[in-house]
Design a protein around this ligand. Sequence first.
Ligand code: TPP
Length: 375
Amino acid sequence: MIQPKEFFDNLISEGILFFSGVPDSLLKNFCAYVTDHVDDRHHVIAANEGGAVALAAGYYLATGNYALVYMQNSGLGNATNPLLSLADPEVYSIPMLLMIGWRGEPGIHDEPQHVKQGRVTLGLLEAMEIPYLVLDGNTRDWRGLVRSLCDQMRDHERPVAIVVRTDTFDDYKMGTIDDDSSLLTREEAISIVVERIGDNDIVVSTTGKTSRELFEVRERYSQGHGRDFLTVGSMGHSSQIALGIALQKPNYRVICLDGDGAVLMHAGALAIVGQKAPPNFVHIVINNESHDSVGGQPTASPNVDYVDFAQAMGYRNALRAATSKEIESALAQLLDSEGPSLLEIKTRKGSRQDLGRPTITPLENRNELMRRLLW
Ligand SMILES: Cc1ncc(C[n+]2csc(CCOP(=O)(O)OP(=O)(O)O)c2C)c(N)n1
């Protein structure tokens, strides 16, 4: 395996001096190393992968130096537009090095949302005409390969990519980030929400551990999964899935169980909720100030007031809660009011070691929910 420090030092020697991206579990050791060792002006954890490409472009315009843009392969979709219409050699020709975590690599078991994405990852890069190399923990002479890829980046002033297979980087543990251990865990917060909402309420939950925990909480309460839509991929889009349901099903209350990283990824979505203003829409943002599901890298949430933000976007009500009592009383108030409403729940980072994964397939989940909604 490759030591994150060695890889990082090698990038610096290639003249890569700026880092931006959205964290990925497969790259988590490398991302953690960057988080710990690069100052704030040279490392930006972006709202989404397209933003990271744009930041790398801005850095190049301002300095003539090169940036690394890191992402999970599921972020390629977000990055495609600025890669093709900004950085591409046929447009502004902005050199940058992409580092893409290869979830769902063919032949390696992974979750359903990663399988197709994994199968088409290299093909997508080929279709975009982005030169790439595939890296793993046994790649001999990775320095030489990175050197010739960076030569292509520099000589042709274009994006190039390193596709990183699973188990490429050795462990690196991120230095501790302040965390208030008196706060509830995300799973405790989800349990309280599930106990308080109505039997007929529809829940659309965001990607990552939120959906996994919701699934387990429903199992624990023997409630089945027929009123939940577990958004296993599509980070940042849960609120619009929920909005799509809420607008068509005014007799159901629709609750979006979101994460702060996901909200920030496509924050414009909240303006659309505010504009359409469905009274049956409740947005619960679990704010642990991190991308907890993929390694706990910080988000920009410490700078964001979600209550003010929701109000500015046109939500009718917005509250904040942290303790069980506060969550219970905020929910009692919001579930009794006309929406759209937002509840920010502050939680700490982390999850159970033995947290499982949904045992139903995405298609079974879809069918069960649709049976309920179309009945
Ligand atoms: C487009 C895209 N980029 C990156 C990821 C990888 N990813 C999965 S969960 C997650 C973090 C989500 O953070 P947040 O919404 O704050 O929820 P938390 O994990 O903290 O509960 C990331 C970055 C992804 N699934 N999709």
